[in-house]
Design a protein around this ligand. Sequence first.
Ligand code: 5GP
Length: 145
Amino acid sequence: MSLDGTYDGGNIFAKILRGEMPAARVFEDDHVLAFMDVFPQARGHTLVIPKHSAARNLLDEDPAVLSQVILGVQRVARAVRAALNPDGIVVTQFNGAPAGQTVYHLHFHIIPRWEGVALGRHAAGGMADPAELKVLAEQIAAQIS
Ligand code: 5GP
């Protein structure tokens, strides 16, 4: 899918938001939901999405909504740091299939990095153990402030 197109309410993140699909949920407020990426590029790979949005990507999003989303990204990234003590954190966001986007509901990736640990491939790794994701989600959630 290119940068142009229509929002599809049947996308996987919309289903997670509606509770139609399971996810290891970390945090939510009025504006955002954070949950564990099920094909993580690193331990603790977390996604942050707007809750009330029909934006497929960053370019589509209402600036007022985007402001709240990026505040949520910072809040969750701080919790990831506190919970997992990484050496660094990558925040990524893809727009359009040629850029690597695979799910067309705006989202940000929060990916902890440790010295000497290679980054997994984007949207191409193995599925994580749901029980492990649940533990990670609880550890990160406990550090939300
Ligand atoms: P994108 O490629 O659009 O930037 O990122 C989509 C992300 O969603 C990928 O990192 C992929 O691993 C993740 N993902 C795909 N399907 C699911 C799912 O059903 N549940 C969760 N939690 N993550 C998913």
